[in-house]
Design a protein around this ligand. Structure first.
Ligand SMILES: NC(=O)c1ccc[n+]([C@@H]2O[C@H](COP(=O)([O-])OP(=O)(O)OC[C@H]3O[C@@H](n4cnc5c(N)ncnc54)[C@H](OP(=O)(O)O)[C@@H]3O)[C@@H](O)[C@H]2O)c1
Length: 392
């Protein structure tokens, strides 16, 4: 048997990070953690380091990094601090694969540096591709970096396309559960709380992606992610509602055949596939029981009800810095909603405002994209009085 694959894990203390560690625990002879990174969850990363014995622990927040260094002083490992530490983890030389599972655009620079270094990446963190997909894919073609999808819809597309000819694809359809508020009226939507939004019906995820699932911005971001991961024309990307989250994507081919990928809604499966690819390793949980399920439901996606998808599509078709503007505004708006500062429907209004007031440029360098991210956050903050309500 080959030696264990060595893994550098960005965002180890998050939902995807912890599930990645579950997968590693299930296959200790196949995978080994060599580097861990988080922002500031010091107690959790210390416990992870004691259990998985990496060579590097990277912590962005300097005070938390000092706590981690002190708590792990008896261990033979390096604790690194600051933004640079994330890059150190992402490009860790001893790692065979980097799992990118930090949240949001914060993962962009580490992912970019890992791509430049020609690493193999298991990508859960979709925002780097949303913002800089054109640069990342071009750079990967030069450096030889490989991008393996972790997002369940994209893992499904990846798996359905194995052995297929891409020029025979006529449509790629991502399924959407509809999030926590799929059955609410407009009036009810205006009154939902952050706690309501965080109760996703089928997936357990971090706060940002859970709120994005409720607005369906997550589906919009996934369309852009799919466009870059698989080099697909935006026009052939589609969405269908599917409440059970068993079918993760469909591929339609020129002859009318449709291939789908089905699995239980459990992120450990796509994480494991990205880590073990091209092999398939066993998992303890059984496949879906179709007789017990009885039926799977699909419904047309209504663009007017979920404006974030149309906004993401618009940003995708404009290209350049437009997706950066979309994402920056969404990150600020979601944080405000979670802090109880704006009602739920205002998230889409803020994103729309940002796109209307952003003059897109080509986005030819990472610096230009990072500058756009800063400017759009600043634009939204400067206009906060339009949307912010007093906290009750
Ligand atoms: N969760 C899912 O089921 C799922 C599915 C598909 C795709 N994704 C994507 O995967 C990514 C991670 O999602 P998640 O649900 O795992 O998020 P999460 O639970 O919020 O975890 C985020 C992780 O990133 C770290 N982090 C947050 N901000 C950071 C920063 N500024 N710099 C460095 N590290 C930072 C956090 O560290 P601290 O704990 O120290 O704050 C934590 O380890 C997102 O892009 C999401 O869209 C998630």
């Amino acid at each position: 048997m080959s030696p264990p694959k060595r893994i550098a894990l960005l965002g180890s203390t998050g939902s995807i990070g912890r599930q990645t560690l579950d997968v590693v625990s299930l296959h200790p002879d196949r995978f080994r953690i060599v580097a861990l990174a988080c922002r500031r969850s010091s107690a959790e990363v210390v416990a992870q380091a004691r259990r998985f014995r990496p060579r590097l622990v990277a912590v962005v927040d300097e005070a938390s990094a000092a706590e981690v260094a002190s708590a792990l002083s008896d261990m033979d490992l390096q604790v690194a601090a600051g933004q640079e530490a994330m890059v150190q983890c992402a490009t860790y030389e001893e790692a065979d694969i980097t799992v990118a599972a930090a949240a949001g655009v914060a993962g962009l620079v580490p992912v970019w540096e890992a791509v430049k270094a020609g690493k193999t990446l298991a990508l859960a963190n979709k925002e780097p591709l949303v913002v800089a997909g054109h640069l990342i894919t071009a750079e990967a073609a030069k450096s030889g970096a490989k991008l393996l999808p972790v997002d369940s819809e994209h893992s499904a597309i990846f798996q359905s396309l194995l052995g297929q000819r891409k020029d025979a694809i006529s449509r790629v359809i991502l399924t959407a559960s509809g999030g926590a508020f799929r059955d609410l009226s407009d009036d009810e939507l205006a009154r939902v709380t952050p706690a309501d939004a965080l109760a996703h019906p089928t997936w357990q995820m971090g706060p940002k992606v859970t709120v994005d699932s409720a607005t369906l911005m997550n589906k919009g971001l996934e369309l852009i992610e799919a466009r870059w991961l698989f080099d697909l024309a935006p026009e052939i990307l589609d969405v269908v509602l599917h409440r059970e989250s068993i079918v993760h994507s469909f591929i339609e081919f020129a002859d009318g055949s449709v291939l789908a990928h089905l699995a239980r809604p459990d992120m450990r499966l796509p994480i494991q596939f990205a880590l073990s690819y091209p092999e398939r390793l066993p998992r303890p949980d059984p496949p879906p029981d179709f007789a017990a399920l009885g039926a799977l439901h699909f419904a047309a996606f209504e663009p007017a009800r979920w404006p974030c998808v149309a906004l993401a599509r618009e940003a995708m078709s404009v290209g350049g810095t437009a997706p950066t503007a979309l994402n920056a505004a969404d990150e600020v708006a979601v944080a405000w909603f979670l802090a109880g500062r704006i009602p739920f429907p205002t998230i889409a209004q803020i994103v729309e405002f940002a796109l209307e007031n952003h003059t897109p440029t080509a986005g030819e360098s990472l610096e230009e994209l990072l500058e756009t991210d800063r400017r759009v956050r600043d634009l939204v903050e400067r206009n906060a009085q339009k949307w912010i309500r007093s906290v009750t």
